[in-house]
Design a protein around this ligand. Structure first.
Ligand SMILES: Cc1cc2nc3c(=O)[nH]c(=O)nc-3n(C[C@H](O)[C@H](O)[C@H](O)COP(=O)(O)OP(=O)(O)OC[C@H]3O[C@@H](n4cnc5c(N)ncnc54)[C@H](O)[C@@H]3O)c2cc1C
Length: 525
């Protein structure tokens, strides 16, 4: 059999995996990406809409990418550079209102989150007043770490050390913004690991333990020093070649593209198609994964075709992976990981600068859940005005649902779009006082779109590592939003690390025995 690798899933993780493979493999090795729908990009999707003679974009999933010098942020910028998309990038500067002002909807008002010590002088808004109290509580309260459990919910952890209000007013809002999930179910060990470790291993609470944890993590990261030095060198070479782009990105807090974030996945798809050894198969869901007679991995497609390869990189959401391995033993991560469903309501008003305050937007904490059906609202036009091209409009996005989707709107599969549109407009009326009629309201429902890293996640991840090892004779790895974090840059760095550092691409004839989870798991040891 000719040498080949299969990538399952054409979301941003699958596309970037195929990209890194295409860059590293000789043209004699085929790379086949299998996407079940006709759309490449997964949740990364930008629609073009029009109203009142104006055209504008509507993001269905992710809308901004974080800039900065972290490994994952640099990896995305390098990708943008490779794909020659620099001229299409639009940024929010570090000094913009969007970078500085993030709000919490609390007690019927927008409370600006502190952005530095200056906030202590100007006074803390009501939602944040619990924070200094919480810090004092942690510094003075005796150790109270539970000895009988290897994990606890973020709500339990924060309430125990900093007081319930810190979770009810602040942490629950932040987690609504990232995971669209409730902190009463999310894992403190997985999502607040340095804090969780400081509490477990220290004698005097979380804050005092953090210095020691930072020291430990520096020591642990020392084994990646060579890799990081090489990566920094690669970035500095790019800087010399294109200083204008990299300097501009140094000034940026976040960014997207003039025509929306799908520019990135489209750019990847276009460039991948130019490789003679890459095939992007769309509209063909994989239905079964099995080991073939010659020990190769076989993926059966809906039309009955069988795709054979020496290795499979599986980027599908966990519930989709489960369906491919129905005959296989059960696995807790596959079977027990809930995914949050989110309705994304794009609301457009025919007037500029319509919000009462400037900023990125606001999040709704648990403390305000009784008076809100929304998880939060993004002020898209305020964040990236260049995407509006000077048009007389304001775009806002209301995120609805999450953990309370069924309770508020019924099943995501059959929820009424009209009810969701009305809820979005009513949210903006009551939270921001926007009484004028929008020129466009459009809702899309992301059913099971964000994996929830719930209590016990790390133990389940370790079990998943063992499970993946046992599938397809060691010829499968997994990458994506359910493992190293759901943000786009986290998905991309996971894909790049797998291809650049873990797979042995010159020895594809042998089982790789690389699950893709090794490095993530070692970060929790
Ligand atoms: C509403 C929302 C807002 C977000 N906002 C941001 C943000 O602002 N910034 C940020 O960084 N991140 C954000 N995220 C997170 C980020 O967008 C996602 O985690 C990321 O896009 C996931 O990419 P993926 O490729 O791993 O998965 P997916 O996008 O889910 O792709 C998986 C692909 O697999 C395909 N598939 C499924 N089953 C099969 C099968 N049997 N055979 C073949 N193909 C199959 C699917 O059709 C899909 O295309 C947001 C996510 C959502 C949902």
């Amino acid at each position: 059999m000719a040498a080949a690798i299969t990538v399952l899933g054409g979301g941003i993780t699958g596309l970037s995996t195929a990209w890194y493979l295409a860059q590293r493999l000789p043209s004699t090795v085929a790379v086949r990406l299998i996407e079940g729908t006709s759309h490449l990009g997964g949740w990364m999707r930008t629609d073009k809409r029009q109203a009142n003679g104006m055209q504008f974009i509507a993001e269905r999933g992710p809308r901004t990418l974080r800039s900065g010098s972290s490994r994952e942020a640099s990896a995305v910028l390098e990708l943008v550079d490779d794909l020659n998309l620099q001229s299409q990038v639009v940024t929010a500067s570090k000094f913009s209102a969007a970078a500085r002002n993030r709000y919490i909807y609390y007690n019927g008002e927008l409370n600006c989150m502190p952005s530095g010590l200056g906030s202590l002088v100007t006074g803390l808004p009501p939602a944040v007043k619990c924070l200094p109290r919480g810090i004092w509580q942690d510094l003075t309260k005796a150790k109270n770490t539970p000895t009988d459990a290897s994990d606890e919910s973020i709500h339990e952890f924060i309430s125990r050390r900093f007081g319930k209000d810190v979770d009810d007013n602040l942490a629950s809002a932040v987690m609504h913004g990232i995971y669209a999930a409730d902190t009463k179910t999310l894992s403190a060990r997985a999502l607040l690991y340095p804090f969780w470790l400081a509490d477990r291993t220290g004698k005097h609470g979380v804050i005092r333990g953090l210095r020691r944890v930072a020291k430990l993590s520096r020591a642990r990261n020392a084994r990646f020093a060579v890799r990081e030095a090489e990566e920094q060198l690669a970035v500095s070479r790019r800087r010399s070649a294109n200083p204008e782009f990299w300097d501009a990105m140094d000034e940026a807090s976040m960014y997207s593209f003039r025509d929306g974030i799908q520019t990135l996945s489209d750019g990847l798809a276009v460039r991948l198609r130019s490789y003679s050894n890459v095939e992007l198969v769309t509209g063909q869901p994989a239905t079964e994964a099995r080991i073939g007679p010659t020990d190769c991995a076989e993926i059966v497609l809906a039309d009955g075709r069988v795709v054979r390869s020496q290795h499979v990189v599986n980027t599908l959401p966990l519930h989709c992976i489960r369906k491919l391995f129905e005959k296989s033993s059960s696995n807790a991560l596959l079977d027990e990981t809930p995914y949050a469903s989110v309705a994304v309501a794009n609301v457009v008003y025919g007037k500029k600068d319509i919000t009462p305050v400037d900023g990125f937007g606001y999040l709704v904490p648990r403390a305000s859940a009784a008076s809100s059906k929304a998880l939060g609202t993004v002020f898209d036009s305020c964040t990236l005005p260049a995407q509006d091209g000077g048009a007389e409009l304001s775009r806002l996005t209301v995120m609805l649902g999450g953990a309370r989707f069924n309770e508020l709107f019924g099943s995501p599969a059959s929820a009424s779009k009209k009810a969701l549109e009305d809820a979005a407009v009513e949210t903006l009326r009551s939270h921001l006082g926007l009484r004028s009629t929008p020129i466009d309201v459009d809702v899309s429902i992301g059913e099971q779109c964000i994996p929830s890293y719930t209590v016990g996640y790390i133990d389940r991840l370790k079990a998943m590592h063992r499970w993946v090892h046992g599938q397809l004779g060691g010829r499968m790895s997994v990458v994506g939003a359910a493992y190293g974090g759901p943000a786009v840059p986290q998905c991309i760095i996971h894909a790049r690390d797998l291809v650049h550092h873990h797979l042995r691409l010159d020895a594809l004839d042998k089982p790789q025995n690389v699950t893709g989870l090794e490095e993530i798991i070692s970060g929790f040891d």
